[in-house]
Design a protein around this ligand. Structure first.
Ligand code: SF4
Ligand code: SF4
Length: 435
């Protein structure tokens, strides 16, 4: 609370009102060591929200200006009205594309997460329950959502409900790709013979168990028997939603499970999970016992596709003539391996695989699906337009199917929810034959 100056009245800006973020509070909501935005605009071309709407107030520059340290330093003591802060918080997909383009190193998703944490609302509570308590019931919820007639679903819930349908048992693509060569020696070289534990994540560990089963099949082909580890959610969606305490809890639990399993390699097949796990490094919060353990964790998290690099496959019955690839925003993580899923699929599918030169964001955004479904849906549809540009399924529907693979559970659900009629989308694991 700022000091009261002579002449201040209850109506003066110097008096803190309920629901406002004072300059001091706002500054404490900003992550430590955040650099200042210099308004250069380099981030604009990467922001899917800005691209889909053309609205500067939704851009990363606007968020960095309003929520970054430079602005808070210059704020009048009265602060920002809470309604404005809350609106700002909800309108970000946490895709991280702006961060990669920013010469200053401004981390807009972290700024937004801090503001969400400072201003919790019912959506965060809902998201927390959904992720931490209701995951065992996602399949059931998906089956229920599939029964709900579209005409009876309120527009605001339409996108979330369509996403839910993607979680119903039996959803997914039919397999058509047989692996004819497993790169056993190359895999052994990469792993150094260390044991492997699979990080299934919330979706692969729940309603899409088929992903987990195919992963075990592939690891057997690589002559690697995974060790058991009781992992939970990676925590990235909790952090982005402004739930730092819950995020820290699942991070600590996952590292404890890894420790208990003998500190094996941790293989993930969801791009967002993999990024979420890599982000434990440098996050603080007593996750690791010491710097050595932290360094070992960093070296231990790998994408499944990296172990399969060099695999060969044969397309069988049911293979589409052309397959699109959606590159998840979180495919590029700080482990130097790049988009290993794309590299693997390029090798396995050759010319059959088409990838948009400039891939779009699917528009999922976690909690944003609840707070701004129209924007989330608009970004998703723009993403499908980009895929259509690379595949041409609208121009030649008889010859080219709208068939898309990706490597992120959130992208699968969001692309399924925003797909044009007749389009199919799935995780690349779904096309692999387990025989
Ligand atoms: S994180 Fe993504 S949606 Fe959010 S401001 Fe940055 S580019 Fe835009
Ligand atoms: S956030 Fe970074 S890239 Fe965007 S305007 Fe500010 S300094 Fe430039």
């Amino acid at each position: 609370m700022p000091d009261k100056k002579p002449g201040d009245t209850p109506g003066d800006a110097a008096v803190e009102k309920p629901g406002e973020l004072s300059g001091q509070e706002a500054a404490s909501a900003v992550p430590q060591r955040q650099p200042s935005c210099v308004l250069c605009g380099c981030c604009l071309e990467g922001c899917p929200l800005f691209a889909a709407t053309g609205r500067e107030e939704l851009s990363p520059r606007a968020k960095a200006l309003l929520a970054g340290p430079s602005k808070f330093a210059a704020l009048p003591e009265g602060g920002l009205p809470e309604a404005d802060v809350a609106a700002l918080c909800s309108l970000c997909l946490a895709c991280g594309r702006c961060e990669k383009l920013c010469p200053q190193g401004v981390a807009v998703p972290a700024l937004v997460a801090a503001l969400r944490a400072a201003h919790p609302d019912f959506r965060q509570w809902l998201w927390k329950q959904w992720i931490t308590r209701l995951a065992p019931f996602w399949g059931l919820a998906g089956a229920g959502a599939a029964l709900a007639p579209d005409a009876l679903v309120p527009e605001r819930l339409g996108l979330a409900l369509k996403g839910l349908r993607g979680l119903r048992p039996g959803a997914g693509l039919s397999p058509w790709l047989s692996i004819t060569h497993f790169p056993v020696d190359a895999c052994r070289q990469r792993t150094g013979g260390r044991p492997v534990a699979v990080f299934d994540g919330c979706v692969g560990g729940g309603p899409r168990r088929a992903w987990a089963e195919t992963t075990r099949f592939l690891l057997r082909g690589l002559d690697s028997a995974p060790v058991a580890a009781r992992f939970s959610c990676c925590g990235s969606t909790l952090g982005a939603a402004g739930l730092p305490q819950e995020q820290a809890e699942v991070r600590r639990a996952n590292v404890a499970a890894w420790r208990e399993a003998g500190r094996p390699l941790v293989v993930a097949y969801c791009a967002t999970c993999r990024k979420g796990l890599v982000d434990y490094v440098g996050a603080g919060g007593d996750i690791f016992s010491d710097a050595g353990e932290e360094a070992l964790w960093r070296a231990s998290v790998l994408p499944l596709s990296a172990l399969l690099a060099g695999a060969r496959g044969k397309a069988g019955r049911g293979a589409p003539a052309v397959v699109g690839y959606h590159r998840p925003c979180h495919a590029d993580v700080r482990d130097g391996l790049g988009d290993a899923d794309h590299a693997l699929l390029s090798g396995l599918l050759g010319a059959r695989l088409r990838t948009p030169a400039k891939g779009g964001c699917c528009g999922f955004g976690g909690i944003m699906q609840l707070s701004a479904p129209q924007l989330s849906g608009a970004v998703g549809r723009a993403c499908w337009d980009t895929l259509d540009g690379a595949l041409g399924f609208t121009a030649a529907p008889e010859a080219v199917p709208a068939y898309v693979l990706t490597g992120c559970s959130a992208c699968v659900l969001q692309l399924a929810a925003t797909a044009p009629a007749g389009a199919r989308v799935g995780h690349w694991l779904e096309i692999v034959r387990c025989s």
